[in-house]
Design a protein around this ligand. Sequence first.
Ligand SMILES: [Zn+2]
Length: 376
Amino acid sequence: MTAFTPPFCARVSCIHHEPKNHSPYQAYRPWGFYHTKTFGKVPRYRCNSCGKTFSRQTFSLDYYAKRILSYQDIVQRLSSCESLSAIGRALVSSTDTISNRISRAARQALALSSTFSSSIHPDEDLAADGFESFCHSQYFPNNITLLVGASSQYVYAADHVTLRRKGRMTKVQKKKRAELETRWKARPGGIEHSFRRIADEAIRVYAQGRRSPLTLWTDEHQSYAMALTHSPHHALLIESGFLRHQVVSSRAARTTSNPLFPVNYLDRELRKDLHEHVRETVCFGRNVNRQMERLSVYLLWHNTIKRHRAREGPRKNVEMTGCTTEVDMEELKHIWVWRAWRSLTELSDAMRETWERLRDTPLSRKPDYLPRYALM
Ligand SMILES: [Zn+2]
């Protein structure tokens, strides 16, 4: 970090805010130093154009942090079914500190996913399905719809919705549900709404990709077909033959030849790798936004760090998407050093909800806190 030069001005409205590779930012001057226990002597700068002052730490992933922890270690542990408490114990930190680092890592994961979505040109079909879990209590089940590459197992998108508890319940449980619903009620038609957003992402993959027509595989859930027929542009793409929606029974054998294998595989992986989704766990998610942050970090690990197959060489899922040369894997080296900026990151609606912590946690009394710099 000694040979640091500011890549751009830290003021979002400044004309020098956007980094330009062909003409690096030079309209700044050194503006002294300050000292911190953790990061030592930190240089400051002042923009000649807008007068904004900022420091090296403004660009650091550890902006405002008081302690250095290894992000790679936390990501690896989180994706290996360690609970927040276990990670905290191992790294001699509080669970709040670990959660803080996971939030930072999640924003990095979303930014990297956004970079990849514009730089990879997939040549594969897609499969989508909902992963069922819960947050806060089992009275608030949720559905996380995943859009996965048929051959790469790369996860292109994930969308979350909290559902109304259904299924067999005792009289006492029904009474409790009715009482809770006077305080918080899930929005009806949640799965259809969520799947429509996933279908939008499938169209984005189609537009970026090299496969035409593109086949989207799902199970026979009625909401999926309804989402596609109720949306004029999806219906038009299907009618014109650019998008094909194929269904498979969810009771079909869960083998590798099943077109839903990619989502079935993800379902199994999430259930065993993320502690909060393990059946009968006591470490379940308490906050929807934090749950989605952890999922974003897990998906970063799944897409870009773990091997596609344990016995088939070192290739990652992102490298299996059909185009490897344009993927800038160099990005990965800097991801745990310099923070991604919201103002410079294009996000889908679902990703924005995760980054900005916009989702509603059942029975939560106030919106989730988000540091102001995370919106810069
Ligand atoms: Zn400026």
